[in-house]
Design a binder for this molecule. Structure first.
Ligand code: FES
Length: 152
């Protein structure tokens, strides 16, 4: 008898507590709050596809058509130089000169050229073609995906 009474009391307290929680939840989701929160969400979702596109575009370092055959191009902001020693064979190296850290400025006559003290590096493998630099430009891994060149 005593046990049954206790259960009833516990259940009773539980139900009352549950009712209080439900009431509390219902009052949080007032129509005014939801209505004012909706417009920014819609704007954010319409921007989402644009952001994805921008992110993809930013990842591609260059188009294959941007890199001259038998030459290359310096991407100063990324500190990368991409070369195409032979048709369809793309290579990438750091654009930071191993002599004293200048950024290489041009690619011509088969070499990547540093403007600071005249070091030249071969477009095939970044090795030194002319000093004063004595170390090669470190190769960077890239992937060619269709007509897009991306850092790997
Ligand atoms: S820093 Fe490039 S040649 Fe000196």
């Amino acid at each position: 008898m005593t046990e049954t009474t206790r259960r009833t009391m516990v259940l009773g307290a539980g139900s009352a507590g549950l009712a209080a929680v439900l009431t509390a939840c219902a009052s949080y989701g007032s129509p005014t709050t939801e209505a004012s929160a909706e417009p920014p969400e819609d704007e954010a979702s319409s921007d989402a596809p644009k952001k994805k596109t921008e992110k993809k575009a930013a990842k591609a370092l260059a188009d294959t058509a941007d890199i001259p055959k038998g030459g290359g191009k310096v991407f100063e902001s990324q500190k990368i130089v991409v070369t195409q020693p032979t048709d369809g064979d793309f290579k990438a190296f750091t654009a930071v000169c191993t002599h004293q850290g200048c950024t290489v400025a041009s690619v011509s006559n088969g070499t990547i050229n540093c403007p600071c003290h005249g070091s030249k590096f071969k477009i095939e493998d970044g090795s030194v073609a002319d000093g004063p630099a004595s170390e090669p430009l470190a190769e960077k891994k890239i992937t060619v995906d269709g007509d897009k060149i991306r850092l790997a």
